[in-house]
Design a protein around this ligand. Structure first.
Ligand code: FAD
Length: 469
């Protein structure tokens, strides 16, 4: 490739933000170059995040459901876990999905460069291809979508053997006898659930008083009640002082208000969050500003402090979620293509924890409302009254809606139970459309489905739920 070739739009990083931006820009008639070290688009989400973790959670759920089926009159023999096969199956899922994205890039005639790019000025990038070729690319517009990296914890060194990160944890080739997960956020809870379901004795340590600090407690309790025996020990309001290796085991110092205790584990999974992947990009050479945490500063058009450079996804802000990155990617592409109204202005970004059962929420939480001193009305529908839940062999579940007491508009909502993640978009849409309790309760929901629980929560707010008294 000749040096200083000029490109119309260069997208750096091909995760859900970057590939969505590239695809949208190409669909809008722009000439697009997409740069990423992987052989196909996908980013963390497809290679080391959302998709492989959900594939493993599916395996864990199949095992859990097979065991529970005895109560429904179907007996299986004791499940035999074959980690190597699980590993191969998960890789197959990743390969199929990322190859599909590669094909979608090809049909759009997107130039895909396998390598890395860093800025040399506000108009130029230095590209280093995986094969070693190095050259300069000039661009009219660039979209930075380099995502995030695993956050570190002082005193805990990830050696990818005894102490692993989420990427290592996804490459299951053995089930350790016991394991400590540091961090009770969604990644820790999901991966901890997988290993526990597959036979590890898993303990979780979390510095706050419970799992998932952002979620309402009544939703989290549904998960905990359903999984009373899943984990060995839960250490809340506890921090990890340090992890050292001793006789092939990880020796962990756990500190809480009562003092320090030492425990030994076969594996420790560090899952304390992620940080923006911005440090290596030479952003100063392009005049692109970051905040003190390393997030690239952007406006509602996803434009950075340099007018022709945009940034999207995990790199720009919390929440670090694929659907947020995807949405931002499309907005940035539309802005570059000259679409006047394009701006990032979501009312809600749904969050889902894909455990068994799932926990999902969006918009204002009850906890946030209390913290802000905002008056709200909360209506819940417990799944003990749902025919669909009962027919699926579960009675544990909760659907809740949070209302503005004056306007009766839905401000937030949450669902905990089977398929909660598939129920939350209705609540998100209701909030985006400024729907009221009447709008939801007057919408005929099909029977028997779990979606009825949202309608009944709205009816509950209005004082007349059919299946509650
Ligand atoms: P990324 O997906 O991080 O992609 C960035 C890409 O840029 C990478 O391929 C990287 O190699 C590349 N890159 C970096 N530097 C350069 C450079 N200099 N030049 C070229 N390329 C570069 N989110 C959800 O919404 N749902 C989930 O269920 C979910 N589960 C997750 C499970 C795990 C275990 C993890 C770790 C994350 C999960 N996430 C989930 C988060 C999700 O993966 C991220 O929010 C999402 O991938 C962010 O997309 P992105 O486009 O910003 O960047």
């Amino acid at each position: 490739m000749a040096s200083k070739e000029k490109r119309q739009v260069v997208v750096i990083g091909a995760g859900p933000g970057g590939y969505a931006a590239a695809f949208r820009a190409a669909d809008l008639g722009l000439k697009v170059t997409l740069i990423d070290p992987e052989v196909n688009p996908g980013g963390v989400c497809l290679y080391r995040g959302c998709i492989p973790s959900k594939a493993l959670l599916h395996v864990a759920k199949v095992k859990q459901e097979a065991v529970k089926a005895a109560a429904l009159g179907v007996q299986f023999e004791d499940p035999k876990i074959e980690p190597q096969k699980i590993f191969e199956w998960k890789n197959e899922v990743v390969k199929k999905m990322t190859q599909g994205l590669g094909e979608l890039a090809d049909v759009r005639k997107i130039e895909y460069i396998q390598g890395k790019a860093v800025f040399t000025s506000e108009k130029e990038l230095e590209v280093l291809e995986n094969e070693g070729k190095k050259y300069t690319l000039e661009f009219e517009s660039a979209i930075i979508a380099t995502g995030s990296l695993v956050a570190e914890l002082p005193g805990v060194k990830v050696d990818h053997n005894l102490v692993i990160d989420s990427s290592d944890a996804l490459d299951i080739t053995e089930i350790p006898e016991n394991m400590l997960v540091i961090g009770g956020g969604y990644i820790g809870l999901e991966m901890g659930s997988v290993y526990a379901a597959l036979g590890s004795s898993v303990s979780i340590v979390e510095m706050t008083p419970g799992f998932l600090p952002g979620a309402d407690r009544d939703l989290v309790e549904v998960f905990q009640e359903e999984n009373e025996d899943l984990f060995e020990n839960l250490y809340f309001e506890t921090i990890v002082e340090k992890v050292t290796e001793e006789n092939g085991k990880a020796k962990v110092g756990l500190k809480n208000s009562e003092g320090v205790q030492e425990k030994e584990y076969d594996k420790v999974l560090l899952a304390v969050g992620r940080k923006p992947n911005s440090a290596h990009l030479n952003l100063d050479k392009a005049g692109v500003e970051t905040n003190e945490k390393g997030f690239v500063k952007v406006d509602e058009k996803r434009q950075t402090s340099t007018a022709n450079i945009y940034a999207i996804g995990d790199l720009t802000s919390q929440p670090m979620l694929a659907h947020k990155a995807h949405h931002e990617g499309r907005i940035a592409a539309e802005v570059i293509a000259g679409e006047k109204g394009a701006a990032y202005d979501p009312k809600v970004i749904p969050a889902i924890v894909f455990t068994n059962p799932e926990i999902a929420w969006c918009g204002l939480t009850e906890t946030q409302a209390k913290e802000k001193g905002r008056e709200v009305k909360v209506a819940t529908f417990p799944w003990t009254s749902s025919g669909k839940a009962a027919s699926m062999g579960t009675r544990k579940g909760l659907t809740k809606l949070i209302f503005d007491p004056d306007t009766q508009r839905i401000l937030g909502g949450g669902v905990a139970g089977k398929s909660a993640g598939s129920l939350i978009p209705e609540i998100a849409l209701a909030i985006e459309m400024a729907a009221t309790a009447h709008d939801v309760s007057l919408t005929i929901h099909p029977h028997p489905t779990l979606s009825e629980t949202t309608m009944e929560a709205a009816e509950s707010f209005l004082g007349s739920p059919t299946h509650l008294f």
